[in-house]
Design a protein around this ligand. Sequence first.
Ligand code: AP5
Ligand code: MG
Ligand code: ZN
Length: 214
Amino acid sequence: MRIVLLGAPGAGKGTQAKKLVEKYGIPQISTGDILRKAVADGNPLGKEAKAYMDKGELVPDSVVIGLVKERLTRDDCKKGFILDGFPRNTAQAEVLDKVLNETNIPLQVALCVDVDMEILMKRLTGRRTCRQCGQMYNIYFSPPQKESVCDKCGGELYQRDDDKEETIRRRLEVYEAQTAPLIEYYKNKGILKTVEGTGDIDEIFANICSILGA
Ligand code: AP5
Ligand code: MG
Ligand code: ZN
């Protein structure tokens, strides 16, 4: 299965992608996660990316496209993949189509997780992530049993640098201006599906599975 997850910051792309990984055994390719790892490692790529991420702007296409191209050539993508946070604009979408068409493995579904803008701010300011296993929590909607400690592995929970109100506002603007047009892009290709992204996480996942026909 070759899927792109579309949706605003905080829509639940990462949350649902992790569940898809467990169920289908195909990798999640999150450009945000890849970039955050580069930032944490302090390598040159991370240093360049951090300046954009902290402002809520997109990292230049030249950087991100290279990362994704490389990632897609790895063996674990042979069975399929879940792209989360890529493509983010029309230029990225066009390059992706070109790369996948060249190898005869076009995208099958672009799944848009649809959530009202008003809910997103609370989801993002409340998000906490496990440093060790990546499990996501939300202090308002799905808090851990013990404050700042992961239920699954006991790891420490942290707040993302770009989950500050001002930066979130900019990320939402950038989404509207640059990423939302991809909904039309994939509709025109005939592969757009939409799932309601508000409500119980497991119910949303069940709906996604039925949309994907599996
Ligand atoms: P990225 O990491 O992709 O962030 P994003 O798009 O802003 O999306 P998020 O990860 O914030 O939201 P999500 O939809 O994954 O939601 P989540 O599941 O975590 O990008 C970060 C930055 O990297 C960008 O700003 C840019 O600078 C750069 N970048 C990345 N990709 C790029 C690209 N292709 N090109 C250029 N630059 C790029 O859920 C959010 C919260 O809500 C969590 O707390 C979760 O527990 C909670 N939640 C989830 N579902 C529910 C539910 N149903 N009910 C209640 N709470 C829920
Ligand atoms: Mg995410
Ligand atoms: Zn953990």
